[in-house]
Design a protein. Sequence first.
Length: 380
Amino acid sequence: MNEGIDVRYRETDEVFKTLVSELTSTISPTTIMGLTILAIGLFAYDSLGGTELMLATISGSVASLAKIVVTVAHRRSNATKHATVDEAVRWEMAHGLLTFIIAASIGLLATAAFTYRDLSVHILATALIFGYSAGVAIRISVRPFIAATAILIAGIPTTISALLYGDTAHWILATVFAGFLVAAMQSVLHVYRTATRQICLRLEMEHQARHDPLTGLRNRTALGEAFDALGHIEDSLICVHCFDLDGFKAVNDRFGHAVGDELLASIGMRLRENMHQPNIAVRVGGDEFAILQPVVRHPVEADLLARNIVNVLSLPYRVAGEEITIGISLGYTMALSGSAKLEHMMAIADKASYRAKRNGGGIDCEFPSTLDLRASSFAA
């Protein structure tokens, strides 16, 4: 994550998804802009009667309504699930397309207005362009391509139309339009950069709050959140593995705490490399670790994972020029997800790991007396 902050404004997947989700904050501005397009468009059509004015009014109003519907749907989607990158891309495309249609409608309405000799309509067209550009620059700048493109679609034709009107006042107005287009581009970039920096910092803080800084594994807080997020299907098995390192104190005493920390970091790396979704590896504290195995189709899967953990972590480590081998004492337990309690399961797994340590290390397990592992519904 630090790299994402240091490299200027580069978007990681999480930053991208967060920025796209910010597009759901545009309901009020879109509603106001839709009503403004409708009011100015109808006034201009009533005053001037141009077909292009009515076309721009209808398309802008309908697109604004459609954008409100998309934004509401996007909000509901965000509230019910964590969006994937592909879903965020689709939401961004939907917002972008409707934004471009609204911008084109505003550009057509304002451009057409300057082809008529009615200064009252010119005033309204000017207010419409400035209001839209300011609103877009503030609200949609989290997606700078959409914001910048929309401002240019609405602003460039209007600027040219005002310039071609032919008198000094409109030349000045066209120059002001051009200057504000440049300023709007700078505002878009500034808002985007600020938002990206803030989101990166927030995500980094959230990451640090849920991860162990030494090993890079999740911490106990993240384990609790992951456990709480699991479904509660009564006939689904969950397994919790708890283990600690045999002889870790001797490593610290012989080589020093710096080497001990490096060994812990190496163990964390090995766990990350060998742990596959949806299983979660956690450093509980000191040399104590836990594994959450949330999907166990058959009890043998829990035993296979336990054996894999012990075998992988028992291989020698090359630390500070020394080859170090560490033992593992692991205990695990299983429970039905509908009645599983994390603290209770960890207490049982800890008890089994202590029993394994007393027996010289390796693997032990303990299950609640009420759990029938012969139930056929556990089979794959």
